[in-house]
Design a protein around this ligand. Structure first.
Ligand code: COA
Length: 257
């Protein structure tokens, strides 16, 4: 199993642990993360959730082999796929979710951060949303939230060009709270999560709902629209060229499209 979970001192930790593939997320890993979030949501002993990766890598995003061989279904089917279950559980989690970004956070590695409550980034981290370069479109409401956070121009650099950015830039554009030395980021994030042991859980839950509430329906509607396009694009010749190029360790050639 490449997802490790443990609940200690009121904090449910979800650790992505597939370092040999740079923590690329498979269908089974999304399902495990969705289950962990749903259990954390229901377990009274859990006061906050911590999502983290391995030294030097948070996650390289969706497993590209899975993209090719096991893409989420199309239309309404796509909403029941494990990646959607995971993101829906993240959006629905009433408890505070803290992310410790231990290194590269690519694709969904960055888009999941948009739906966490606290994001702490290692000074070695590089974030990127290279969907267009892969023949895809933005996902999980990033096309809504990223322009809201940083304005159209800077969103276009990240979502159309897929430019990578540092932890400091992530703080500056509102995606992260703070940059920490690589050796300290997980402990810092855990200490923030543990602070919820001393706070009243009912007030925390209702305050989180208020913070996120007004936008909730718009987020879900955007996720549905993006999801339909994304599923279609996963099957497109442009995406196939990008995926094959990744495994063949070459630059993709889009000149024929
Ligand atoms: N899906 C499937 N396999 C992946 C992967 C992914 N998203 N990311 C990395 N891997 C695999 C590589 O194929 C390689 O496997 P191999 O050892 O069998 O050849 C292994 O993990 C190590 O990756 P490598 O690219 O050699 O490591 P690196 O340190 O040079 O680069 C990254 C690290 C994360 C920058 C690079 O792997 C990368 O860009 N990954 C893809 C990111 C991406 O486009 N994700 C999808 C977003 S929607």
């Amino acid at each position: 199993m490449s997802i490790k979970t443990a609940t200690i001192n009121g904090v449910c930790t979800i650790e992505i642990a597939r370092p040999e593939k740079k923590n690329a997320l498979t269908v089974a890993m999304y399902q495990a993360m969705a289950n962990a979030l749903i259990s954390a949501h229901e377990d009274k002993a859990v006061r906050a959730v911590l999502i983290t990766g391995q030294p030097g890598i948070f996650t390289s995003g969706n497993d590209i082999e899975d993209f090719m061989s096991r893409p989420p279904g199309q239309g309404s089917d796509s909403m029941d796929s494990p990646v959607f279950l995971f993101m829906r559980a993240l959006l629905a989690c009433e408890k505070p979710v803290v992310a410790a970004v231990t290194g590269a956070a690519i694709g969904i590695g960055t888009t999941m951060l948009l739906h966490c409550d606290f994001v702490y980034v290692s000074d070695e981290a590089r974030l990127a949303m290279p969907f267009v370069a892969l023949g895809l479109v933005p996902e999980f409401a990033s096309s809504l939230v990223v322009p809201q956070l940083m304005g159209h121009r800077r969103a276009a650099e990240k979502l159309l060009l897929g430019d990578p950015f540092t932890g400091e830039q992530a703080v500056e554009c509102g995606i992260a709270n703070a940059v920490l030395p690589a050796g300290e980021v997980v402990n810092h994030a855990r200490r923030v999560a543990e602070r919820f042991n001393a706070l009243p859980p009912g007030a925390v839950r209702e305050a989180k709902q208020l913070i996120r509430g007004p936008q909730h329906e718009a987020l879900l509607a955007t996720i549905r629209t993006e999801g339909e396009l994304f599923s279609k694009r996963l099957r497109s010749p442009e995406a196939m060229e990008a995926f094959q190029a990744f495994f063949q360790k070459r630059k993709p050639d889009f000149s024929k499209f």
